[in-house]
Design a protein around this ligand. Structure first.
Ligand SMILES: [Fe+2]
Ligand SMILES: [Fe+2]
Length: 241
């Protein structure tokens, strides 16, 4: 089994292959993680926002399209074992980002959370590039890798952009939550970007609206049906999560 990290685009199945689309985002994530390591204060918050906008749609599309396909394709319980491991990593990323966003921790308290976030994101990329995706490459012809790439990319471009730890990491819960949370998250992104460019009173109003939408997202997340399909180990009610 060969890691996809150093294969050519042709070996990965072409531009639209799921293997190539995944690696492109992972390379960008690696650049951002290096920036995050060397930043603090406002700059660190800006890099984190960019990481969130890359990582959450990417992971949402993995959880709703790619991992279910892997569970169907890999023999025995191999798909279940490998995908559960990355779903647990994704869930930890959700918790860490919620911690950074909502508890207003001091710079001192933020440091270990950010260090762990960098570590988990790197572990997730290694698990995918060295284990899951090479297994997919062994079992699936290039045409199917490209079909998966298209499906994954379509979901990634219309997926939520923020952490939602309460929502199931698996279908059907995550698929049902996808549309309302995408609309809310992407509206908040527009409001937050507007606030960054506005005078103080306008910025305050826009941030207030964004916070109101955050409250609505919180209520949407807790609707029972959004949690259907969850493995107990990634449920927020599970003490191991
Ligand atoms: Fe990935
Ligand atoms: Fe991932």
């Amino acid at each position: 089994m060969t890691s996809i990290a150093h294969q050519s685009v042709a070996e990965l199945g072409g531009e639209w292959s799921i293997l190539n689309r995944q690696r492109r985002d992972h390379v960008r994530l690696d650049e951002l993680l290096h920036q995050l390591e060397g930043s603090e204060g406002q700059e660190q918050r800006a890099v984190l926002r960019e990481i969130n906008r890359l990582v959450f749609p990417h992971a949402f599309a993995e959880e709703s399209v790619l991992w279910p396909a892997l569970r169907r394709i890999l023999p025995g319980d191999e798909g279940e074992r490998l995908t559960l491991q990355v779903e647990q990593e994704h869930q930890e990323v959700n918790h860490l980002v919620v911690q950074l966003d909502s508890e207003e921790p001091s710079e001192e308290e933020r440091r270990p959370v950010i260090e762990r976030l960098i570590e988990v994101l790197r572990e997730d990329v290694r698990d995918e590039e060295d284990e899951l995706l090479p297994r997919l490459q062994e079992l699936v012809p290039p045409a199917q890798l490209r079909a998966l790439g298209l499906a994954w990319e379509a979901v990634r471009r219309t997926a939520p952009t923020r952490p939602h730890p309460t929502v199931a990491r698996r279908p059907p819960g995550n698929a049902l939550a996808g549309l309302p949370l995408t609309v809310i998250d992407r509206s908040r992104d527009v409001l937050d970007r507007g606030a960054e460019r506005s005078t103080v009173p306008t910025a305050r109003r826009l941030r207030g609206l964004s916070q109101a939408l955050a409250g609505i997202a919180g209520r949407v997340e807790r609707v029972g049906v959004m949690r259907v399909g969850e493995d107990p180990s990634t449920s927020v009610d599970d003490p191991r999560a």
